[in-house]
Design a protein. Structure first.
Length: 302
């Protein structure tokens, strides 16, 4: 069963996919998977809608807009239910309270970084006019902009921003305090109906690989070093220690977080928020694996 899985940024957040590939879990479950890096979250819905990818991983707000436009989508797993980004910047910025008027480097509009900054602004009671968002198209460009002084801070996932520590920058904050459907797996309703065995095999692989992340630190770090853009073992371990508490063991899609993503997408479209989004959520495959005892079995010591 062949499928292409699209993800939206280089970094340790997608170590579930990396480990699945490196440890042969996809193949064991009958899948021939191609992992495809998309340039930004804004490309995720077009890639799914065009069938360039069959399953996509990314911030639910970026794909919910497509669902609200009438396209059939099904959210099938949520391995990270929080914003998993960090802000790195000048040592002179010691608190998020000092960000007013500052230039924040982000990859693209609608990206996870963009959404996480919006969450911070809401938390502070600020508006977008209180900061200067600067969109730089890629995380590597963010690092360069920070080095050259073009921006004051950048927002990235570990270990990308962490690299700047060696250049004299420091961590201002992380965004893990804010719940979000930040790394939701989504497919089209048509693909789910026409290829149920393939989607079920993916979900089974996903829970197996989440278990590897929680129980085999060495394997997880090896995959981070191989795929995340940094081979430095200390940075890879830093990234692992950051993400390990965030990765779910039972990756059901939280309806409240999905509803918040749809509400945000509706607001961007200047539409009323949807009253009911249950038709877009399909937790049955994860719930079946939990109910059968399969997920618990993955964590039992042999």
């Amino acid at each position: 069963m062949s499928m292409t899985i699209g993800y939206t940024a280089v970094g340790a957040a997608y170590d579930d996919l990396y480990v699945c590939e490196d440890k042969g879990v996809f193949e064991k479950n009958g899948l021939d998977v191609t992992l495809t890096l998309l340039n930004s979250s804004s490309q995720l819905f077009p890639a799914i809608a065009s069938n360039s990818v069959q399953i996509g991983a990314g911030e639910a707000r970026s794909t919910a807009a497509g669902a609200l436009a009438g396209f059939g989508l099904s959210y099938i797993a949520l391995p990270i239910p929080r914003y998993y980004l960090e802000m790195w910047g000048s040592p002179s910025i010691t608190s998020p309270d000092q960000l007013k008027g500052k230039r924040i480097g982000l990859s693209s509009p609608g990206s996870l970084g963009d959404a996480s900054v919006d969450a911070l602004l809401r938390d502070k009671g600020w508006t977008e006019n209180d900061v200067q968002k600067t969109f730089l198209k890629s995380t590597s460009a963010e690092v360069t902009a920070l080095q050259t002084g073009a921006v004051d801070v950048i927002v990235t996932q570990p270990p990308t921003g962490t690299k700047t520590r060696a250049l004299g920058f420091h961590k201002v904050m992380d965004f893990t305090r804010y719940p979000s459907a930040a790394n939701a797996y989504v497919t089209t309703t048509d693909f789910l109906k026409s290829h149920p065995a393939a989607v079920q095999a993916f979900v089974k692989s996903e829970v197996e690989c989440l278990a590897i992340l929680h129980t085999d630190k060495a394997a997880a770090i090896a995959s981070i070093r191989k795929h995340s853009g940094s081979t430095d073992p200390k940075l890879a371990e830093y990234a692992y220690d950051f993400f390990e508490p965030l990765w779910a063991r039972v990756p059901t899609v939280d309806p409240a977080l999905a509803k918040a993503a749809f509400d945000d997408a509706a607001a961007e479209r200047h539409d009323p928020p949807p009253a009911d989004i249950s038709s877009y959520l399909d937790n049955t495959m994860v719930e079946d694996l939990q109910r059968s005892g399969f997920i618990d079995s993955l964590y039992k010591k042999t």
